[in-house]
Every structure is written in C-alpha cells, then in structure tokens.
Design a protein around this ligand. Structure first.
Ligand code: 6GU
Length: 236
C-alpha cells in the first residue's frame, strides 16, 4: 500500500500576499490543488496589541535598524500551534545554515513545518531561544526580508512531495539530487544562429546518449563546481 504523504507549511510573515500569490503558479499551485501541500500564511501584524500595530522597536544598547518584537512573534506562532501542529519552527535568516537538497528532501517528508520570515535588522534573540528549532539561509548574501527565502524553500520542498511531479519532471536526476550538475539540453530548431545540435543526440543510440550526458555532467561539474566534484569522487 502507498500512503499519501501530505505536507503542511505555515508561514509567518508581514507580507502574506507575497507568499499567497506565489502559491498560485506552476508546481506549487498544482500541489495545492491536488491537496498534497497546504500553505497557510499568518500575518504577524495581526498579533500586535497597540493602536499603531507595531511589530518592531529599536535595539537595546543602540544601533541602526529595528528589531522584531518577541511577544508579537510568539502570539503569531501561538495562533498556529493552538489549533495545529506547527512542526519544526524554522527562522529564515542569513545567520542560518545554508539550505541544501538534503535538507529540502528531509523537509518534504516531515509532514509539517513553520517558516518565520524575519524583517529589518533581525528579531529578538529571546524568541529564537524559546521557539525556534532551526535557522535557515538560502546563501551568502543579504535580503531585506525572509519572504524570497520562504518562496525558495517552498518551491524546493514542494516539488519533492510524492505525486506533485509527473514522471517526466521527476526530480530524481536533477542537478544536486545525484551530486552532479545537469548536462546541456537541446530542442528544435535543429539550427540556431549558425549553431547545430551535437551529433550524438541526433543519432538515436540511447546507450550512447546516456553515456554522453553523464560525461557532460562530470565535465561541467569539474569546470564549474570543483567543490562538488571532490565530494562526488570521494563518494563513488
Ligand atoms: Cl533566509 N533572509 C535574509 N534576510 N537574507 C538572506 C537569507 C534569508 N538567506 C540569504 N540571505
């Protein structure tokens, strides 16, 4: 018997519209329509208690930038955990460990997790200490907020949920999934601005084609990602 593996992603953000809109396109949309993935956004500002709906304040000890308040974040998270299982609580921050395919695979079978999109300078450390299970970054550069990172995580994870992708899209031979970069691909027209398609691809010898593609993958990985190549050589 096969068990349907559903995934629920809660997203705490000051800009729920960004995430809701993103979920209306492509594979993420399809996964939601098929009820394989549920994306539930929470507007952090709905959990403020003052007239100005303040979510941030100046840092103790001084310094530029604003810090998100721990109490407002705690109430936002409570709104999820009081009626649902929030699962692993993940803060999106450049201080986190970097998202990898392995991590995406793990999250895709975890059932439920909650993403928190930080804004401004950062969030009160006491909230992290009490409520955050893991901190994730999507790379070594600074974004003004966690929302683009949340979209990246949602995309990378959703496409791995069984039943989301059809056979052709199957993520199994993607770059990174097998520790090598993908090979070059070609489609019609057969001639483009004076350039042709490699003969081997036109020959119809499927064994040869498979061999060529694997070679190309190794070549590309050596040239572009020597760091990945080292790991691949060691593993094989
Ligand atoms: Cl998760 N957040 C922000 N603000 N910047 C980032 C990031 C996350 N990952 C890389 N840069």
């Amino acid at each position: 018997v096969t068990v349907m593996q559903r995934l629920t992603i809660h997203v705490l953000t000051l800009f729920p519209d960004i995430i809701d809109h993103y979920a209306k396109y492509g594979i993420v949309r399809r996964s939601v329509e098929r009820e394989l993935v549920q994306i539930h956004t929470v507007n952090i500002r709905d959990f403020t208690e003052d007239r100005h709906r303040t979510v941030d304040d100046t840092p103790y000890g001084g310094g530029a930038g604003m810090i998100m308040r721990a109490d407002v974040l705690a109430r936002s998270l409570e709104s999820v955990s009081k009626s649902n299982d929030a699962g692993k609580v993940i803060l999106l921050t450049p201080q986190g460990r970097t998202l990898t395919q392995t991590l995406a695979n793990e999250l895709s079978i975890s059932g439920t997790f909650t993403l928190i999109c930080g804004r401004y300078r950062g969030i009160d450390e006491r909230f992290c200490e009490r409520y955050v299970d893991d901190e994730l970054s999507i790379g070594d550069y600074v974004l003004s907020g966690g929302e683009p990172a949340a979209m990246v995580v949602i995309d990378a994870v959703t496409r791995l949920v069984p039943g989301v992708m059809n056979d052709f899209e199957s993520g199994l031979d993607d770059s990174f999934q097998n520790d090598l970069l993908d090979c070059p691909w070609y489609t019609r027209p057969v001639e483009f601005e004076g350039m042709t398609v490699p003969d081997v691809l036109m020959g119809g010898d499927h064994k040869k084609i498979e061999c060529w593609r694997h070679e190309q993958s190794i070549l590309r990985t050596k040239q572009r990602r020597p760091d990945m190549m080292k790991k691949y050589s060691t593993d094989k």
